[in-house]
Ligand binder design. Structure first.
Ligand code: SF4
Ligand code: SF4
Length: 147
């Protein structure tokens, strides 16, 4: 009987404590600002310099550009990241001179087929929520406040 009362006491005491669990996936988990999540890609900012693809340690970025009529340089045509092998190391976003590729705080990548882990330009562009503020700050600093 004493054990039962003791047990109930512990239960009642813990019922009044703040919750340490989350209702995930019903309520999304918000990650801290320096979290390295799935990248956002902005084709308007990309100058097709290839630096992100060159530095990628797992060779998971594939991109191509096309010539613009009557303009210098290229515009981005295709841009794909293979999330089978991307280790979200942040190097591509660190080297990007224009901030075209930035990390977000998004992390959900579960899919039923491995093919779906190849995310193309449109998908990466639409991944535009929770863009990491710290990254934007670094790019702004690198360009004297301009992005
Ligand atoms: S986060 Fe790292 S592994 Fe992923 S695409 Fe960028 S450089 Fe490659
Ligand atoms: S480093 Fe930036 S600007 Fe250069 S190709 Fe990659 S995303 Fe485009």
């Amino acid at each position: 009987m004493l054990g039962l009362v003791k047990g109930l006491g512990v239960t009642l005491k813990n019922m009044t404590k703040p919750k340490v669990t989350y209702r995930y996936p019903d309520e999304p988990l918000l990650m801290p600002n320096r979290f390295r999540g799935i990248q956002h890609f902005d084709p308007e900012k990309c100058i097709v310099c290839n630096q992100c693809a060159r530095i990628c340690p797992t060779d998971c970025i594939t991109l191509s550009g096309k010539k613009q009529p009557e303009k210098k340089g290229k515009v981005i045509d295709t841009y794909t990241i293979n999330f089978e092998t991307c280790i979200l190391c942040d190097l591509c976003t660190e080297v990007c001179p224009t901030g075209a590729i930035t990390m977000t705080n998004n992390y959900e990548l579960a899919v039923y087929s491995r093919d779906e882990l190849f995310k193309d330009l449109e998908w990466l562009n639409q991944n535009n929520t929770h863009i990491r503020e710290e990254q934007s700050g670094n790019v702004a600093k690198r360009h004297g406040g301009k992005q």
